[in-house]
Write a protein that binds this ligand. Structure first.
Ligand code: CU
Length: 157
């Protein structure tokens, strides 16, 4: 398993004095997730927890760690309302990457959202510091429905 020590050391440095691991380097811990059934396809559809909305996902780059130099992974999300319509508004799209097995996130590098066509968001700046199972937490407000979903990906080299 490859590990990017530069990122880990940076995260550990930020966390000096607050613990022995890099868990607390994430401003917001998404909590202990389960990541046992990764979605290995590069595109597909997902539904938020209480079916308030759905989203198509497509990996434009990745998901991979990319060896020593890392890779900026990118994903396109196309949101639909609970009844499959293109939403009038899409706001508050925040994606977090979390590695449940080791209880760490991506340190100071957080995924960034760029809004596209109606209902569409591109997620950039997704950096995986290790290979293995990562959970992606997608929060969004589709029309007025605020909800989140989590899914698991297997990050390769
Ligand atoms: Cu890890």
């Amino acid at each position: 398993m490859f590990v990017n020590w530069k990122i880990i050391l940076l995260a550990a440095f930020v966390c000096t004095g607050c613990g022995t691991d890099i868990t607390t380097s994430n401003k917001e811990s998404p909590g202990i997730g389960s990541c046992t059934s990764p979605i290995n396809s590069l595109s597909g559809s997902l539904t938020s927890g209480v079916k308030k909305w759905g989203t198509q996902f497509n990996w434009d780059v990745g998901p991979s760690m990319g060896g020593i130099d890392l890779v900026e992974n990118q994903m396109t999300l196309i949101f639909k309302t609970y009844n499959g319509k293109t939403p009038d508004t899409l706001t508050e799209v925040v994606v977090t990457a979390w590695m449940p097995e080791h209880k760490h996130g991506t340190g100071n590098q957080v995924p960034r959202t760029e809004f596209g066509q109606r209902g569409e968001a591109k997620i950039k700046n997704i950096w995986f510091s290790m290979t293995g199972l990562w959970e992606l937490i997608i929060k969004a407000t589709v029309n007025d429905a605020a909800d989140e979903l989590r899914f698991c990906v297997n990050v390769g080299e």
